[in-house]
Design a protein around this ligand. Structure first.
Ligand code: FAD
Length: 558
């Protein structure tokens, strides 16, 4: 998204007499046009519409300069309503001599800052000195508004969570306004003429808005590319986690025309990590978001074409071409194809959980929801590093964090550095031998029931937030019948394909599959999706680099 310049604050003048309106607008523009946006309206009603639009754009009003005597709505009546939207704006009444008494009364009624008598000529004497003072005063206490995207919805709405997660994972700054907690949110929803039942509402800085948008609609608006520029590439990479991004960097830096296709957000699982502490070269650790930003910049610098959000749903082979089908029905072809689609969280199968997912129950999502959990009690299910990292992250916001593990300790599945950190953090506790057996709630999570496998006890606790990190599986059904996979869906590569010293079925070449090559020549798999892979950022990155060497060898023979 291109960075927008901070919009100039508005000075709005309102008068029903067209000659007066033109004259005051001209004088205002002449002296303040460089610092302020001067707008005009010929009635109180029209002015209120302007004010609402300014509010929807999240811009500021510095001053209202309003005629008192107007039909339908007097200046004072207009100011009474406009003040609700911009209480900090300076308020000046334009009055005829005969209206002086009304203006004085208005000083108390709407706390006007000044009243000016018409005519004001010469402005250098009768207008600018007063307005300069007021505008300088306003500027001194003005704090610029947040300039980006605003998302308004309910904290317990799965659609709101999906939009926040999409923006967060794509590193797009946004402001979250909770309709249940924020009066500003309720006002904006009214101005956008959006019914509360139709939330979430997404307000864009250009003043446009979306009601319940899809990720693709948001992506198009913020300038992400979902369509490829060419029909054919040397290399197509599916999945922009660490493996796919690393392969993209090496492939493009070595001259291969490469497109990288990602269905959610670059960074993959690593992108959701709050702190990666074991990646070489970052002694104090770095967040997944930071790693992703650096990797995407690096890949783009070398010229990779990145499509996202765009899902690959099928692959077929035609002679030396590998052809992928995208979710929108379009196709792209290439000589070499990399599958780097990683794994996704395994779903927990307990009563009540499906309808509460996104409404208090979340898979991963630590970074998206952490601030909303401030001061609350948070439960985390899982005993691996991802759960440990999330616990550390939540401990900064939540009042207490309880990690539920099935085994007798964390030590068996979690790295020692994380166990030590958890041990030293006062508001994190670990509940061993514990399995969630039910979650309850109407529109949002209200309680969880935990069974203790040691004591046989079942206990129900009130709960508002449950975060699940219970292992992950590859989603590779779309490769069925094309590539050989194990029973869980992990893709077999290289030496793992040979059974009893024989090549995989359908293998047409004399040579053995290269390391990281699948059962189809020219299609490679790497990272977490590969059978037998080490589930680490560094190993995924390493495989990305290695695969490109084999792709060169493969391409030299095509
Ligand atoms: C919360 C968390 C914390 C972690 N912390 C650490 C850590 O501290 N240190 C460490 O070494 N490892 C850590 N890991 C593990 C590490 O992140 C993974 O091993 C690594 O991300 C695997 O990289 P990958 O590229 O193989 O796959 P992934 O990271 O899973 O990326 C795969 C990408 O492919 C995309 N995709 C999937 N299917 C399709 C499709 N059909 N079309 C298009 N795109 C698709 C996905 O959306 C995803 O972005 C952590 C994992 C998690 C979840």
């Amino acid at each position: 998204m291109t960075k927008r310049l901070q919009a100039k604050p508005t000075v709005l003048t309102v008068d029903d007499d067209p000659d007066v309106l033109r004259a005051i607008e001209r004088d205002l523009r002449q002296n303040y046009g460089k610092r302020f946006r001067v707008l005009r309206a010929n009635s109180g009603v029209a002015a209120l519409e302007v004010v609402k639009q300014v509010k929807l754009r999240n811009q500021a009003v510095a001053m209202f300069l309003v005629d008192q005597r107007m039909p339908h709505m007097t200046g004072v009546e207009f100011l009474q309503q406009a003040m609700e939207l911009f209480p900090e704006a300076k308020r000046v009444l334009l009055t005829a001599y005969a209206d002086t008494d009304a203006a004085i009364r208005a000083i108390n009624m709407v706390k006007i800052d000044y009243y000016l008598l018409k005519p004001w000529h010469p402005p250098d004497e009768n207008l600018y000195p007063v307005l300069n003072d007021l505008l300088d005063d306003w500027q001194a206490s003005f704090h610029p508004q947040f300039e980006g995207i605003r998302v308004i919805g309910s904290r317990w709405s799965p659609q709101s969570h999906q939009i926040k997660d999409f923006l967060g994972r794509n590193l797009v700054p946004y402001q979250w306004l909770d309709i249940e907690a924020d009066s500003e949110a309720r006002r904006l929803v009214t101005y956008a003429k959006c019914h509360a039942a139709h939330l979430p509402l997404v307000l864009l800085p250009d003043g446009s808005h979306f009601i319940k948008p899809t990720n693709v609609e948001i992506a198009e608006k913020i300038g992400l590319r979902t369509q490829a520029q060419l029909p054919f590439y040397d290399l197509i990479i599916v999945g922009a986690g660490p493996a796919g991004l690393a392969a993209a960097v090496y492939a493009t830096s070595e001259g291969l025309s490469t497109v990288l296709i990602e269905r959610e957000a670059p960074g993959g699982q690593a992108g959701t990590s709050s702190r990666i502490e074991n990646y070489l070269g970052f002694p104090v650790g770095l967040s997944g978001g930071d790693l992703t930003r650096r990797a995407v910049t690096q890949a783009k610098r070398f010229g990779v074409e990145l499509l996202w959000p765009q899902e690959v749903i099928g692959v077929r082979v035609e002679d030396q071409y590998r052809i992928v089908t995208l979710a929108d029905g379009s196709e792209l072809s290439c000589h070499a194809l990399i599958i780097a689609t990683g794994v996704s969280y395994r779903l927990l199968n307990v009563p009540g959980i499906k309808q509460l997912t996104g409404a208090g129950v979340y898979y991963g999502a630590a970074k998206t929801e952490a601030i909303a959990c401030s001061g609350e009690d948070v439960f985390i299910v899982g005993g691996a590093n991802s759960a440990g990292q999330a616990a550390m992250y939540f401990s900064k916001y939540a009042s207490s964090v309880t990690i539920l593990v099935r085994g007798d300790s964390l030590g068996k599945s979690m790295s020692k550095y994380l166990c030590d950190q958890i041990e030293a953090t006062k508001n994190i506790s670990v509940q061993t031998y514990s399995t969630i057996i039910e979650v309850k709630g109407e529109a949002r999570l209200e309680a969880i029931t935990i069974a203790n496998s040691n004591s046989g006890q079942k206990q129900t606790f009130p709960a508002t937030s449950l975060f699940i990190f219970v292992g992950a599986l590859p989603h590779t059904n779309w490769l069925e019948g094309v590539l050989e996979r194990d029973e869980q869906g992990f893709i077999l590569t290289g030496p793992d394909l040979k059974r009893n010293g024989r090549h995989p079925q359908g293998w047409t070449l004399k040579r053995d599959p290269f390391l990281l090559e699948t059962s189809v020549p020219g299609i490679f798999a790497m990272g977490d999706v590969r059978y037998g892979s080490v589930k680490r950022v560094a190993s995924a990155v390493g495989e990305g680099a290695i695969a490109v060497q084999f792709i060169h060898q493969y391409l030299s023979k095509v």
